[in-house]
Design a binder for this molecule. Structure first.
Ligand code: FAD
Length: 445
């Protein structure tokens, strides 16, 4: 049997690895339009600042493919699939490639919002970041144009990580975000405000509620104009405004698509023997765009393609970490129950504004459903281990180091899980609300 995989990043590569793990004999062939074997995109921003070299990104070199008996075809763009004849066509080649099972691991591309001149100015000062080539283009442009001011459109994870590396390349750096807060998909308002302060302390300017209307310039960029008329100057503009699943190949080949390539619980598409995996898929109206989802799906798709329909995909819990040195931030699962339907939600929160720490655990019916951990990662392994499991309030209080203090005079309690301010942060002159006993008269329960 021959399995052909299109796409050679996390999803395609690990699907190949899992296929080989499950079956010694199956013929595996990968096609990718990129020039490189599997490389990680995670450190692309660091290539721009020069902290990481392109070669350091390559995860699996030629030997790995030889060892796994996987034939890798670089620089090959698949332009058409004939599902009924089980054939696919490569750009510039006449002879079709045949397959028994096909896995589409086509990934995603950066989204360019409908901003006037944005598309026209790509390469002339406007850039997105997805591939090694993009880092080379950005670096070259900064050097050649002697750029001094950078604007990053998009205050999500990638926008902030990129802004940090651009700032480290000694450019005056500003992030403009459409929403009224940074990381709108990962953080609640309180934590987002704390993050903004920290980002600004690092020397990056942040402008919120900023709807970019137009890229300004004549042949090369000179800045942006917001919908409210404000103008910001820039020599280079980097757009990090989300991603779009790559669906065109599937769409042109008669495979059902929506926001992504639509798959069932075995990751099979609307066409028999054609599967899809990674950033390009849509399952139950959801798309992902994170590595943990690619890894999980690659196990299922490998089994499904081999006809072992034992594991069903149930979706992947969103898990995101901001990778800026000195800023520990992880958001996992549900962080804002007010956006969810149904009752039974509970929140345990510890906000230490002085030390810039914020920890929030979200429960539903005593099951851990999500967390935000900022500035203190001590609870991380607990959260990863206990997600979707039963937890007690007592163990959560221990993990977050939250306490109940008791007044030695009247027995009144100061329960940190219910208060906005930690006991230690109360002013010295604070008194027991019941008997007016001094703060020193309280003891940990
Ligand atoms: C800068 C950056 C940092 C990131 N950091 C993180 C992180 O810290 N944590 C995290 O979880 N995720 C992170 N991500 C997201 C993560 O990289 C993606 O989720 C992951 O790369 C998706 O893998 P994939 O294989 O599904 O798709 P992709 O990585 O998009 O790969 C798809 C491949 O298929 C090729 N292809 C598409 N169409 C064709 C065709 N017709 N013919 C041939 N080849 C084709 C594409 O060229 C591409 O090489 C980051 C992404 C970026 C850009």
């Amino acid at each position: 049997m021959k399995v052909v995989i299109v796409g050679n990043n996390v999803a395609g590569t690990f699907s190949g690895q899992n296929l080989r793990y499950l079956n010694e004999d199956v013929e595996i062939e990968i096609f990718t339009q990129e020039r490189y074997p599997y490389y990680t995109r995670v450190k692309l921003p660091e290539v721009i600042s020069g902290k990481v070299q392109t070669n350091d990104l390559i995860v699996f070199k030629d030997d790995w493919y030889k060892d796994k008996k996987i034939k890798l075809n670089l620089n090959k763009r698949v332009i058409k699939i004939e599902p009924h004849q089980k054939k696919l066509f490569i750009e510039g080649e006449n002879k079709p490639v045949t397959y028994d099972k096909l896995i589409l691991a086509l990934g995603s591309v950066p989204n360019i919002p409908p901003i006037k001149n944005a598309r026209e100015m790509v390469g002339k000062g406007v850039f997105t970041l997805r591939t090694i080539e993009d880092t080379v283009d950005i670096k070259n442009y900064i050097e050649k144009s002697k750029a001094k001011k950078a604007l990053i459109i998009g205050g999500g994870l990638l926008g902030l990580e990129l802004a940090n590396q651009i700032k480290d390349s000694n450019l005056d750096t500003t992030v403009v975000e459409f929403f009224p807060k940074l990381l709108p998909r990962q953080l609640d308002d309180e934590c987002s405000a704390m993050l903004k302060e920290e980002i600004e302390t690092k020397g990056i300017k942040v402008i919120l509620k900023a709807a970019t209307e137009e890229i300004l310039g004549n042949g090369y960029v000179t800045g942006i104009k917001l919908k409210d008329g404000q103008i910001f100057e820039a020599d280079i503009i980097l757009i990090q405004a989300g991603i779009r699943a790559t669906i065109d190949l599937a769409q042109n080949s008669g495979i059902e698509t929506n926001r992504g390539i639509v798959v069932d619980e075995f990751l099979e598409t609307s066409e028999k023997d054609i599967f899809a995996v990674g950033d390009c898929i849509e399952y139950k109206n959801q798309t992902w765009g994170i590595i943990p989802a690619c890894m999980e799906q690659s196990k299922i798709v490998a089994a499904s393609a081999l006809g072992l329909r034992k594991i069903e995909y149930k979706g992947t819990t969103p898990k995101n970490t901001l990778k800026i040195v000195g800023l520990e931030l992880t958001s996992i699962g549900i962080f804002d129950p007010s956006q969810e339907v149904g009752g039974g939600w509970d929140i345990l929160k510890k906000a230490d504004k002085k030390d810039c720490c914020y920890q929030k655990l979200v429960l539903k019916d005593n099951k851990l459903k999500g967390a935000i951990l900022f500035g203190d990662n001590n609870a991380m392994s607990f959260v990863y281990k206990k997600m979707e499991q039963d937890v007690t309030k007592k163990e959560l209080m221990e993990i977050l180091e939250l306490y109940i203090y008791k007044c030695s005079n009247c027995g009144a309690e100061y329960d940190e899980t219910k208060m906005e301010v930690l006991f230690k942060d109360l002013p010295d002159e604070w008194k027991c609300p019941s008997c007016k006993h001094s703060k020193e008269g309280f003891n940990k329960n």
